[in-house]
Design a protein around this ligand. Structure first.
Ligand code: ATP
Ligand code: MG
Length: 345
């Protein structure tokens, strides 16, 4: 497995190099600009492993890293400027479209749902699925653990998954029948899913630095990061109106990290979310008086928001709630023993 993984890394990195200006430039490159290895290590331990990642961090945040003085941060920024060139981060729309070509899509297990999503879950962005209990959010998460490993369209080679579980609802054995459905080796499929459990919202945020380290360790190998569910712990750890501002600030930190990770490592991020009664809704003629929690912070962070509701029997209905480039359509899918599938009728 290790040999295969290595081979894949080299292939993919060279593929990206040919297409763009070095997708994954290591922060080690700063060594050529007078930054010592000890300081580079400090960056890495804060989850900053690539030049791209470094570009996404504010000076204030860098100064907050233990052992990095303002003078050192200045020097790091100078080195960064030299490596990333004088373009100041601008590129033409044509260059941007070349960059977008690296975007891949992960199948959801249901053709209809894939169609609704414009081909599947998109990399370099956050997809949020929200809905009441038993609407299939966790089942979809399990299915994605397997479908991410399948090769797909536009040269997508498949890859590994990181799963952050905040509700203790991950069941590895659920992956077995899903693997069978796609004729994949069960053990190999399970081996490609890296699982971790978060118990507090702080831990959930801190885990993302470890996620970065993993993504960096096996460059180009991981393709999907799942957080099921994104809000559960925030809901518990911050209670009442008095703590709402704090909660939203922490949530914003977490989501900003997720967004950066998705772009830095070209992975898809899938988060699930719960719903709450909307007290304002009874005053209006809203058809569904429930709304996803997390407020505007989450609404703006998710690139694509998918609302799930129950249909007949095992059927579920997904609706695009908010997307920059998808219409507000619906799709019906079903939950089966072998994961998410098309609805039977
Ligand atoms: P919550 O908000 O409580 O986390 P959820 O949206 O994550 O809910 P899921 O756990 O994904 O809900 O979905 C539960 C549904 O999946 C149930 O209707 C259950 O019948 C179905 N389900 C779970 N396991 C299987 C299985 N092995 N075979 C068929 N259906 C299953
Ligand atoms: Mg669930």
């Amino acid at each position: 497995m290790a040999a295969v993984a290595e081979q894949q890394t080299t292939d993919e990195v060279s593929l990206y190099d040919a297409d763009t200006d070095d997708f994954y430039q290591d922060v080690d490159l700063l060594q050529n600009h007078g930054i010592n290895m000890a300081d580079i290590k400090k960056l890495k331990s804060a989850g900053i492993c690539t030049i791209r990642g470094l570009q996404m961090i504010t000076k204030k945040k860098l100064c907050a890293i233990k052992g990095l003085s303002e003078a050192k941060v200045e020097k790091i920024k100078e080195g960064l400027m030299k490596i990333s060139g004088s373009g100041g981060g601008f590129c033409t729309a044509l260059q941007a479209s070349v960059k977008r070509k690296q975007v891949f899509r992960v199948s959801t297990g249901s053709q209809e749902l894939n169609k609704l999503l414009g081909g599947g879950l998109e990399s370099m962005s956050i997809t949020e699925a929200f809905g009441e209990f038993r609407t299939g959010k966790t089942q979809l998460s399990h299915t994605l653990c397997v479908t991410t490993q399948l090769a797909g369209e536009n040269g997508y080679t498949g890859g590994k998954v990181i799963y952050i579980d905040t509700e203790n609802t991950f069941r590895p054995d659920r992956l077995r029948p899903i693997a069978d459905r796609y004729n994949l080796d069960q053990e190999a499929v399970l081996d490609n899913v890296l699982y971790t459990r978060a118990y507090t919202s702080d831990q959930q945020i801190e885990l993302l630095d470890l996620v970065c380290a993993k993504l960096h360790e096996e460059l180009g190998i991981f393709k999907l990061l799942i957080v099921d569910s994104i809000m559960a712990l925030f809901r518990v750890d911050y209670s009442g109106r008095g703590e709402l501002a704090d909660r939203q600030q922490q949530l914003a930190q977490m989501l900003s990290k997720l967004q950066k990770i998705s772009e830095e490592y070209n992975i898809a991020v899938f988060v699930t979310n719960q719903m709450t009664a909307d007290p304002g809704a009874s005053m209006s003629f809203q058809a569904d008086p429930k709304k996803p929690i997390g407020g505007h912070i989450l609404a703006h962070a998710s690139t694509t928001r998918l609302s799930l509701r129950k249909g007949r029997g095992e059927n579920r209905i997904a609706k695009i709630y908010d997307s920059p480039d998808l219409p507000e359509n619906e799709a019906t899918f079903s939950i089966t023993g072998a994961g998410v599938d098309d609805a039977k009728d």
